[in-house]
Design a protein around this ligand. Structure first.
Ligand code: SF4
Length: 211
């Protein structure tokens, strides 16, 4: 793994990223890619809820409206009823229908610019799609990522947009996806909201570690 190291203070960061890379499996995924469109919708559904709830809501939605054409032709009320368990269902239904209509007009997005022009698709959702569907570099700054990256001192902020931009500024593009996925997984397994520092293989490097 090659890193762009700009100054001495980045040495610990480099070691943290190396250890994360070494510790976690190569293939990390949090949501299944059943189809590109369904993946995009599932990530949209995952805003402010768990992946499990988002997947369950997607399953209900796609069992009735199986593709972009069907969702574009559905009423917002019908979509809302099917995705209710994912929360924020009125807004999500409007955005999902709008995204389906855009996909029917222009095809599936192939770049970040195209992704963020879709209704309800922000930088995080765009990064998930870039990384998981298109295999392109991206920083997925979700709740787990921003919490853990900040605790580890990889970023100076817990603001999602600034956190992702800091990582993009500091590290080689080739590392973005791997950093995102390993930091995220560390947040799910060890560095949860109540961190298990005594079990953490990064505690000797972490500025927030508690013994
Ligand atoms: S030492 Fe604690 S705060 Fe730091 S990364 Fe590990 S679990 Fe998180």
């Amino acid at each position: 793994m090659r890193l762009l190291v700009y100054h001495e203070a980045m040495r610990d960061d480099e070691e943290i990223i190396r250890l994360l890379d070494e510790h976690y499996p190569r293939d990390i995924s949090f949501l299944p890619v059943i189809s590109p469109f369904r993946f995009l919708v599932t990530v949209m559904l995952s805003a402010s809820t768990t992946d499990k709830q988002a997947e369950a809501a997607a399953e209900r939605l796609f069992s009735v409206f199986p593709d972009a054409a069907a969702i574009a032709g559905a009423s917002e009320g019908d979509i809302e009823a099917l995705i209710h368990q994912a929360g924020l269902s009125r807004t999500k239904a409007r955005n999902i229908k709008g995204t389906a209509a855009a996909v029917m007009r222009s095809g599936m997005p192939e770049s970040e610019d195209e992704l963020v022009r879709l209704p309800g698709v922000g930088e995080k959702t765009a990064a998930c799609y870039l990384v998981s569907v298109l295999g392109k570099p991206g920083v997925i700054a979700d709740t787990h990522f921003v919490r853990v990256a900040h605790r580890l001192g990889l970023t100076d902020t817990e603001d999602r947009i600034k956190s992702a931009r800091e990582i993009r500024m500091k590290y080689d593009k080739a590392l973005w996806s791997r950093i995102s996925m390993t930091v995220n997984l560390h947040g799910r397994k060890v560095c949860s909201p109540r961190p298990k520092c005594s079990e953490c293989f990064l505690s000797h490097l972490c500025p927030s570690g508690k013994t």
